[in-house]
Structure formats: C-alpha cells, structure tokens
Design a protein around this ligand. Sequence first.
Ligand code: SF4
Ligand code: SF4
Ligand code: SF4
Length: 293
Amino acid sequence: MILLIWVKYKIKKISILRYITQLLFFLLILYLSIIGVWKGVLLLVIFGITLFFGRFFCGWICPFGLYMDTVTLLRRYLGIPYWLLPKNLNQTLHKTRYVVAFMILLLALPSFILGSTGLLELTNFIWLRPPFIPYTIFLGPLQPIILPWQPPFGALFEINGIYFTYPYAGEILMYLQKSGFALPLAAIFVGVTLGASFKIRRFWCRFCPTGISFAAINRTKQFQVLPLLSLDKDGEKCTKCGICKRVCPVQVTEIYEKKTGKIATSMCMLCLRCVEMCPQKNCLRLKMANKVI
Ligand code: SF4
Ligand code: SF4
Ligand code: SF4
C-alpha cells in the first residue's frame, strides 16, 4: 500500500529510501528491545551518530518520526492539506524545548544530593529512583509500539501476550500510576499527537526534548568540527521559488533565506525533502566531509 501511495503521488527516490530506512531501523530497535539491550546504550550510540552526522537520527531513524511520517502519508493519500505553524510560534516552540530538556536533566539532581531512595519514597517521587530514571524520557521516541513482553513502565493494553505501547506512554503510566489518571492521560497523549500529526507534519518534533538535545550538540561550537553531513546551497542557482521552505516537515526557513553556502540550523533533521523537491538541479546538495554526495 505504501508503494502504491508513493507511485500515485510521485514522491521521489529520497523519500522512498528514507521510509524504508526508517522501517528497517524500527525493526532493529524492536529486535534490540526484545533481546534486552538497554536503551541507554542506544541513546549513547545516537549521541555518537549526532556528533558526526548531525540530526540524521531524527530524519532517518527515529521510530516516533516514522509513526508521524506514516500519518502524514495517510493524510496525503486522502488528499487533505496540512497546516503550517506561524513562523514565530514554530521558532518559540523550538527554543522552549531547550528549557524542557534542561529541566529533565535537573530532575536527577535530588537523587544525587539526597543519596537515598528511602527518603524519596516518602515523597512518592518514584521517578527519582534511582538517579537516572528521569533520563528515560529522552528514550521515549525510541519506543516500539508493539512488544511481545510487558514493558517495564507499563503498556496501554494487551492482547494475547502482545503489549501495545507508544512513545512516552510508559513514562506517563509510571509517573502517574497512583493518581488514577495515568491511562486516560496516556490515551489522550496518543490521540493528540497522532491527531495533530495528521494536520501538522512532525508535530511532536516541535516539542521533543530528545530532538533538542541532539540539536544542542549541533549548536555547540566545540562539536562543530565533527559533523560530516551538511546541507549546502548554491545561491546562484536558486530562483527563490520557496518550494524548499514549503516542503520542509519542520518548517526550517533558513534553507530558503540563506543566500549561499552551508545551511547550519539546529532545526534541520537532514531528511532531504527540500533537496529532492528543489526544482533547480544541484542547487541544494548534501555534503559529506565537504564532498557532494
Ligand atoms: S525530534 Fe524527537 S520525535 Fe522527532 S525525530 Fe527527533 S527524536 Fe524523534
Ligand atoms: S526550492 Fe531550490 S530554487 Fe526554490 S527557493 Fe528553495 S533552494 Fe531556491
Ligand atoms: S531543511 Fe530540508 S533537510 Fe532540513 S528538515 Fe527541512 S526539508 Fe529536511
């Protein structure tokens, strides 16, 4: 069916390659989850990838990105137009994510300071036990939606030993388990993110603390010597048609505004949709170690 959608709408080769890559990584992450590889290891690997390939993970690997892209494909198939967020709002959300990520990092501090889980149990702050538990929030987007075993933080529902879950659903269930609102809130989160992704491409990516932590690496000058992958624009070939700006799923505008040279923005997740849709040959290019690929 996916192939039929692409044939019908003549989406180009990069999108096909990207979707297949996302599916393969989804299967790999599912397999790693089944054999019990600790997702913290995965997160460290992903941070390593980010040092060399920028936000390639967000564009080509992230399972939550795959779910949102699948909803986008469905919307396209139905011929329903998408909404664009106002530019200022989009950029504000992008900046707000830094604050959210920083607050998550701070959540582990009390455990270090108090050094005792007993005291924390009194306050019922179960998410502070042991110190690194809060950082599982950064792993939310890696959550496969189907698991043949009960996920440690809980699942949305279960049918014949198959557990259905969703990014962040486990964390919501864990943090709010004693409130009685956990399951309804998790269900609302699923509904809101899938529903909003139907009209706003990569909806959750505008809020995601994981994505912003990768973006923070991208922005840090000390790490900027490492990224091998980058987008580059040949300003002489650009006709200012604006297509790149319109097709970008996270509404990066620098690709359009920048006159020429390397496009360095922490919002770009290197999905290459702008590259494949730019009507001017070799105007937008992907470079690896300064060589066009
Ligand atoms: S921003 Fe978050 S949800 Fe979006 S692709 Fe990156 S890690 Fe995944
Ligand atoms: S799509 Fe290509 S030609 Fe059009 S504005 Fe963007 S870079 Fe320029
Ligand atoms: S600027 Fe281009 S490569 Fe970057 S996220 Fe937007 S469409 Fe993808």
